[in-house]
Design a protein around this ligand. Structure first.
Ligand code: FMN
Length: 415
């Protein structure tokens, strides 16, 4: 057993290549990327983060424009509590994004949607319910619950006809989070079909405090595995975060992981949704440019390149158009920071906000360059071209490199 292809991820009778490409919000893990994972026999993720925005971009729809038109009167008001999502439109956008992806699926793999609880959208329960139910309506193979404890999420869809047939999983970063989830969802009489265990080296938001460096994936994985064995619960475990080579993956698979979830390596694939120039920043990144900071208004630490244009930017909150992070009272930590800086700098046209970022606008514009810890190693996965840029990779090449490589090797792309 020395390469990933010696192992299989089993869901009932179904056998898959044990490689899951993780969800990367606001269309970084595009349908094209997820479809490649499925075609190659693994699992791909799309994300429903800012789905109205994504559906507009993918299908030339007008969900964001319609919402902005409805709430335009409120743009200069610092109280955003009136800004609500139309649940019918949210359902339609989700069905478009998920449904069209599922229609295009080829091959034996699966496509899941990453569903983050922290996208509270000024009506956390209602919007989450619509997002999950619409994804199931649209035929998604599974839902990965992310960015939150999701203590009530199963209950929100337990009456859906696909509640027991779709694959439902959750991302946790500790045994405690998993125990809480299992306890709270016990009354739905359904275990998760898989648990992604995300360690502190992952990209995006982290399920740790600023003491993230004190934790490590292998230890958390072993704790959770031990606990489930004691409880006689057989739930496939999928470690994630910092698994950079096929051999890194094999070390988890050989210790009983059902699959691995990976993402950073795919940020420089052609199919990834980041703009081409941003992919070059990921390639060129050095270790000291990768930081974990607290500028996300969600309250979770987030890893990103220190060169991200989002850091320190003082753009006006755009909740009438977006507003995906408004809490149930219509607040967002960025609005408070922005208002404080405006008050402190009267008459200044372009203020700077250092402690928080307008994550909706910055993710929408690909100006918040969230990334995994090992982004600085991406340059070792490609080759430098005559003009100094790095060659983009195909998702297939990266997937196969994970699947077949041995001895910690990474094969460069064909010239
Ligand atoms: C650019 C980027 C964006 C991400 N966005 C999300 C997200 O929206 N939701 C989520 O649950 N995880 C997100 N992640 C985490 C990945 O899904 C994955 O679990 C993790 O990054 C795997 O570790 P690796 O990047 O070291 O391979 C993101 C990761 C990256 C690199």
């Amino acid at each position: 057993m020395n390469c990933v292809d010696d192992f299989r991820l089993r869901f009932g009778q179904k056998e898959l290549v044990p490689i899951v490409i993780g969800g990367m919000g606001v269309d970084i893990s595009t349908a094209e990327l997820a479809l490649e994972a499925a075609r190659l026999g693994g699992v791909g993720h799309i994300s429903d983060a800012m789905v109205n925005t994504v559906a507009d971009r993918r299908f030339n729809a007008k969900f964001v424009k319609d919402k902005l038109r409805q709430y335009k009167f409120n743009v200069s008001n610092s109280d955003k509590s009136v800004v609500r999502f139309d649940l019918g439109q949210l359902a339609e956008a989700t069905r478009m994004h998920v449904g069209r992806t599922m229609e295009a699926k080829r091959g034996d793999g699966l496509i899941f949607v990453n569903c983050m609880e922290k996208l509270t959208m000024n009506a956390p329960r209602e919007t989450l319910q619509v997002r999950m139910a619409s994804a199931l309506d649209a035929g998604v193979d599974g839902i990965t619950l992310a960015a939150g404890l999701h203590l009530g999420s199963f209950a929100l869809i337990e009456d859906h006809p696909r509640f027991r047939d779709a694959k439902l999983g959750i991302i946790v970063s500790s045994l405690r989070a998993l125990q809480l989830f299992l306890r709270k969802t016990a009354r739905c009489n359904r275990l998760p079909d898989y648990v992604v265990i995300e360690g502190p080296l992952a990209g995006g938001h982290l399920g740790f405090g600023m003491d993230w460096a004190q934790h490590d994936l292998a230890t958390i994985f072993a704790e959770i595995q031990h606990h489930l064995q004691q409880e006689k619960l057989e739930i496939p475990l999928i470690p994630a975060g910092g698994i950079f080579t096929g051999s890194d993956a094999v070390s988890f698979l050989a210790n009983g992981a059902a699959a691995v979830q990976v993402a950073t390596r795919f940020t420089v694939s052609r199919e990834c949704g980041l703009p081409a120039d941003v992919k070059q920043h990921y390639f060129a990144a050095t270790e000291d440019q990768i930081e974990v900071n607290q500028i996300s208004p969600t309250g979770y630490p987030m890893r990103m390149l220190s060169t991200s244009p989002a850091i320190g930017d003082g753009i006006r909150p755009n909740c009438e158009a977006y507003g995906y992070l408004l809490d149930s009272n219509g607040n967002c930590a960025y609005i408070n920071s922005y208002n404080r800086e405006v008050a402190a700098h009267p008459g200044v046209k372009r203020i700077s906000v250092k402690d928080k970022t307008c994550l909706c606008t910055q993710m929408r514009n690909f100006d918040c360059w969230t990334c995994g810890h090992y982004t600085y190693r991406l340059k070792d996965t490609s080759r430098r071209l005559a003009d100094g840029s790095y060659q983009l990779l195909s998702a297939e090449h990266i997937f196969h490199d994970y699947q077949y490589s041995t001895d910690g090797k990474i094969s460069p792309p064909p010239e």
